[in-house]
Design a binder for this molecule. Structure first.
Ligand SMILES: Cc1cc2nc3c(=O)[nH]c(=O)nc-3n(C[C@H](O)[C@H](O)[C@H](O)COP(=O)(O)OP(=O)(O)OC[C@H]3O[C@@H](n4cnc5c(N)ncnc54)[C@H](O)[C@@H]3O)c2cc1C
Ligand SMILES: Cc1cc2nc3c(=O)[nH]c(=O)nc-3n(C[C@H](O)[C@H](O)[C@H](O)COP(=O)(O)O)c2cc1C
Length: 782
């Protein structure tokens, strides 16, 4: 017995009790016993020996490698017993699409546990079966109690205040079945009924058995009355639904714990578990959560077992490195393990969400080829170039399909352009590729007049290969400006200055040029971006207008809540600017309804607290922006498109979320918008956005596929690989790239070179530089 609560007093021998003999508890017991045979280790399991539930479990080649390092003998046995496969096959609407290189290992859960049980016994771990552990305190002599008691962990619940579990129950229903029908790839089967879609995740795990998980949204499950079905009826239902794939084989449930009399009970909801604290001293023993008890990962990326095994490895590794200083080891264990776990849980979350929305968002919207691509990249961990490494032939076939759909005539033997470099058409405008220079305020105009800076700025980016360039937010009147440096389009001189820039772009590049029109609203009359952003001017402020009289920040002016006369004046200004933009030659117009500026202030309930017809429901909040949009649409040439930029999430309680963004996109689509530019936030200062790679793309994805309107994705898209992934999966039609274009005007040309796409035209003046640049890139990335 050691004194576990004190640091710095290493002990030679520990008493360890694992509550729960699943993969986590058994593997940890096995590894610790080998680390120090003097340890006394017991695993307490309520099931019978060599008896378990569940079908096949999967893990990756990498987990297998790791296990080999820690216990060669069990790894060898697992290796003999497992099934390895590379291919993923989709069956969808009569199509069968297959791609390779995915590398999984599958083994029966029962077989895995039997191997581990056997090994535990061989090295001297005490296995106690058919014993329900009521509490960690039943083992007062234990230095360390491992709570490896699964997703419904009793120990976690006992110390709920300490562990602070965040348990989220997800909406889909699933049932875990097996079959003797054998499949030679990881299969995803989609079947539609009169009430909606069901999908099956199917993988063989030994010579005679296949795991068969059937999943569907709650509403579809209820519509079929499956909440009233016993386990046998549920199995029969699935058997009938997936009969074309089963070729006469039966589906089987081996979940003996299921109660035939309990209706609907065979179908479970996935529970995502995350814990703030992973360990606790109960006064006698140190208690630590492990495996599903502390974190779960949805089966959509098949990693619950992998996480459990890797927990066991990591804790053992730390005991090996640090010694038996239990509190120190446990603190390190949580600190080091939770980062990896979180990463995997995030990927699993994306994959899980894909399967939750697939019926309403992708099944009817995406053609089978694109559906496959979307499914393969569902976790957002596998990128376009990663797919190429896995199966180059399949990806090239997909790129060819995509390019042809985009109107590029690619011969069967020709190398297709990647999706980023395909054209895209909206009304009469065709952009040569999918890269957009996102609107960016430059705060460098004099009285709204764009000058030489703007010519050089846009000229350089047009020469740099982007398909479409947007101006910064261009203001429709002097008092519509954010700062005194903002550009405008309210007089002839400004119109002429913009026309000169547009003409340069059109004459010297294949790029199209768009104007973003906006009004600052309550965020106006502030200092330049590189001064005190969003703070009022020191002198010379002008009065502000907004939906409601709510200031932006503590020092901001209180805006005047607009009346109908104000709205009429603003509409007149926007229509006049629209006409000027058409004359200046812009190809597309974007109405700025995002980021807390005037129109955004009407759309968000946080900034619109009006009680008249322009406040209240989403429809009423959108009334003025839609009226203004309609007036602009009427003034803008019919063959030119209009985009609308929305803040798709306010990132603040009580504000707009993606649900409202979908409703707004629907309204703008009905009013004649051609594309929605999906940004977010900046509506209120107290916002709490969740940033990350491609972080706003889910909004573009949802709006594109649920509303049925093209979208622009924006936000931390900074590599060709990101653009390809977003466009190829049908998550958006264009990608706007902002900050990378400040760092590199030729971002598109350079990214093309990095991925080896050399069919993009460089300006003839720069051709001598091109060959050297491409050669150096090849060397660099070789
Ligand atoms: C019904 C079911 C089927 C599954 N099938 C699959 C599958 O086919 N493929 C896959 O990849 N994943 C499957 N999983 C998920 C996967 O098993 C887990 O992610 C993984 O097993 C986690 O390992 P673990 O050791 O943390 O927990 P578990 O494997 O859940 O092990 C926990 C163990 O603790 C025991 N236990 C719980 N409470 C007590 C107690 N108070 N006293 C004594 N013993 C206790 C349980 O009987 C169980 O054996 C399944 C899970 C369930 C619940
Ligand atoms: C300097 C700067 C100025 C910006 N000005 C505008 C603007 O005028 N209008 C607008 O809609 N967005 C503006 N944005 C937001 C960008 O268009 C883009 O949505 C945001 O920077 C996220 O893209 P990124 O991660 O590629 O930078 C600006 C961004 C930056 C960095």
């Amino acid at each position: 017995m050691v004194a576990p609560q004190r640091s710095g007093q290493p002990a030679q021998r520990m008493r360890i009790v694992c509550i729960g003999g699943g993969p986590a508890g058994l593997y940890f017991a096995l590894l610790m016993k080998q680390l120090n045979p003097a340890h006394r280790i017991t695993v307490v399991e309520r099931n019978r020996p060599y008896d378990t539930f569940g079908w096949g479990v999967v893990f990756s080649d990498a987990t297998m490698e790791n296990m080999r390092l820690w216990d060669r003998e069990s790894a060898d046995q697992i290796e003999v017993a497992f099934n390895h496969w590379d291919d993923i096959e989709l069956h969808f609407k009569g199509h069968c699409i297959r791609s390779g290189g995915h590398g999984f290992v599958g083994i029966g859960r029962k077989k895995l546990l039997n191997i581990l049980q056997h090994r535990c016994e061989a090295v001297g771990v005490e296995l106690v079966f058919e014993t329900e552990a009521d509490s960690d305190e039943d083992y007062p002599d234990a230095d360390l109690v491992i709570a490896s008691d699964g997703v419904n962990s009793r120990i976690r619940q006992k110390y709920a205040g300490v562990f602070q579990a965040d348990v989220v129950t997800r909406p889909n229903r699933f049932i875990w079945l097996g079959t003797t029908q054998l499949f030679d790839a990881f299969n995803f089967l989609f079947e539609k009924t009169e009430h909606g879609w069901f999908q099956a995740h199917v993988y063989k795990f030994d010579d005679s058995t296949t795991t068969f998980i059937v999943e569907t949204p709650e509403d579809v499950w209820l519509a079929h009355g499956l909440d009233q079905a016993g386990p046998d009826e549920s199995v029969a239902f699935c058997e009938q639904l997936f009969a074309p794939h089963l070729h006469g084989h039966k589906l089987m449930s081996n979940a003996r714990h299921l109660d035939e009399s309990k209706r609907g009970s065979a179908w479970i909801n996935f529970q995502r578990v995350r814990c703030k604290t992973w360990h606790h001293f109960n006064g006698k023993s140190q208690v630590v959560l492990m495996g599903d008890a502390v974190h779960t990962a949805h089966f959509a990326i098949g990693s619950g077992t992998k996480l459990a095994l890797e927990d066991a490895i990591e804790l053992t590794r730390l005991f090996k490195e640090i010694g038996e200083d239990i509190p120190v080891v446990l603190a390190r264990y949580q600190a080091e393990r939770e980062v990896d776990v979180l990463r995997l849980q995030n990927a699993a979350w994306n994959a899980m969400e894909w399967f939750e929305v697939v019926g309403r968002r992708y099944c009817e919207q995406l053609p089978p080829e694109q559906f496959m691509y979307s499914m393969l990249t569902r976790s957002q961990r596998i990128s376009h170039e990663n797919l190429r490494l896995r199966d180059a032939a399949w990806l090239q076939g997909y790129e060819r399909w995509f390019a042809r759909r985009a109107g590029v005539p690619v011969g069967d033997d020709a190398k297709p352009p990647s999706p980023m470099f395909t054209p895209f058409t909206l009304r009469g405008m065709t952009v040569p590729n999918r890269v957009v220079v996102s609107p960016m305020a430059m705060y460098s105009a004099q009285d709204g007049l764009p000058g030489d800076f703007h010519l050089v700025h846009f000229g350089a980016r047009a020469l740099g290969g982007a398909g479409l360039l947007y101006t910064e937010m261009t203001c429709t009147s002097p008092d519509a400006r954010i700062t005194p440096g903002c550009a405008g389009l309210w007089n002839d001189a400004q119109q002429a200055a913009w026309a000169r820039i547009v003409q340069f772009v059109h004459t010297n590049s294949a790029a199209k040029m768009g104007v973003q029109l906006g009004h600052a609203g309550r965020k106006g009359s502030t200092q330049l971006g590189w001064q005190q952003m969003d703070e009022p001017l020191e002198t010379g402020n002008w009065p502000l207008r907004s939906a409601s009289a709510i200031p932006y920040g503590p020092n901001s002016q209180v805006p005047h809540a607009m009346d109908e006369a104000d709205m009429a004046r603003v509409t007149t200004d926007f229509v006049a600017a629209t006409r000027r933009a058409a004359t200046a030659g812009f190809d597309i117009l974007e109405l700025h309804c995002a980021h807390g500026y005037l129109l955004s202030s009407f759309l968000s309930p946080l900034t619109n607290q009006r009680t008249d017809d322009y406040g209240g429901s989403v429809e009423r909040r959108a009334r003025f922006p839609l009226q203004l949009f309609a007036a602009m649409r009427a003034a803008w040439p019919q063959d030119r498109p209009i985009s609308v930029r929305l803040s798709c999430h306010d990132w603040f309680p009580g504000g707009n979320t993606a649900d409202e963004a979908v409703a707004l996109a629907q309204l703008f689509k009905a009013a004649g918008a051609d594309i929605i530019d999906c940004s977010s936030g900046q509506v209120v200062r107290e916002q709490k956005p969740v940033y990350g790679r491609m972080w706003q793309t889910p909004f573009a994805d949802r709006i594109r596929n649920e509303v049925g309107i093209p979208t622009v994705a924006v936000g931390s898209i900074f590599e060709a690989d990101h653009v390809n992934m977003v466009i190829a999966a049908g998550r958006a039609d264009l990608c706007a790239v902002a900050r990378p274009h400040l760092a590199d005007p030729a971002w598109t040309l350079h990214e093309a070179a990095k991925i080896g796409f050399d069919a993009i035209a460089w300006p003839p003046q720069y051709l001598s530089g091109r060959a050297q640049y491409l050669a150096n890139q090849k060397k660099h990335f070789a």
